[in-house]
Design a protein around this ligand. Structure first.
Ligand code: A4P
Ligand code: MG
Length: 188
């Protein structure tokens, strides 16, 4: 097996049950449909302790000239490896017709990112957990706080509630909760 820098010993099947947190984002209509279908697919795949945050409408990150996003987070309990989880979310994105374009931060029907896998730290070529930019994105941190107000980022050792306060104004996307019962109907 090729040796990779910082490969986590935890990225294997028997890593034990832990709560994983995923972020969902869409800025191509119908955004609500893409969000809801992704949530349903994830719930079907792993219903154990499945929870959904509020859904937010957010400005494009770093002021990009794009349509507004819908963002939310989901959490569930699982024992799967990071790579297996990554394959599953890519499959769900593909099934919902996501086109992979060369443009970084291009528009997207649905983007599903792994934010945290319990307190695991994974640094392998295809996967970085916690997500490399989680501390700088209010559209990740705000819905994360809906799911767990006391969550500590295992890399920075900071509370997410502290990290969100530190985000500079020019990076903020000003998440605004939207009224929807549909997105949260899978909550326990
Ligand atoms: N990868 C590594 N770590 C992870 C992880 N923790 N979760 C690799 C998911 N994927 C991870 O992902 C590219 C590769 O990253 C994967 O093949 C995987 O091996 P991708 O989803 O195909 O590409 P992407 O999403 O276009 O790129 P990137 O850099 O992930 O974009 P971001 O960072 O997701 O940013 N503004 C607002 N308001 N809301 C948004 O949701 N999203 C973006 C996209 C930009 N602006 C936004 C939002
Ligand atoms: Mg992504």
């Amino acid at each position: 097996m090729p040796k990779t820098k910082g490969t986590s010993q935890k990225d294997k099947r028997d890593s034990g049950l832990r709560t994983v947190y995923l972020a969902l984002g869409s800025n191509i209509p119908p955004r609500k449909y893409y969000m809801l279908e992704s949530i349903k697919a994830l719930h079907k795949w792993n219903p154990d302790r499945f929870r959904v945050s509020k859904c937010y409408v957010t400005r494009p990150y770093m002021g990009l000239d794009q349509a507004a996003y819908f963002n939310c987070c989901v959490s569930f309990q699982t024992g799967v490896s990071g790579i297996e989880l990554l394959h599953t979310i890519k499959q769900i994105e593909d099934n919902l017709g996501r086109k992979r374009e060369a443009v970084k931060w291009g528009v997207r029907s649905i983007d599903i990112d792994i934010l945290f896998m319990g307190s695991d730290i994974i640094d392998i070529p295809d996967l970085t957990v916690p997500h490399y930019d989680v501390s700088n994105r209010d559209f990740f941190l705000m819905p994360m706080l809906d799911l767990d107000k006391t969550f500590v980022n295992p890399r920075t050792k900071m509370l997410l509630s502290e990290e969100i306060e530190k985000i500079p104004q020019n990076s903020r996307t000003y998440p605004k909760a939207i009224r929807t019962t549909k997105l949260c109907e899978l909550n326990n």
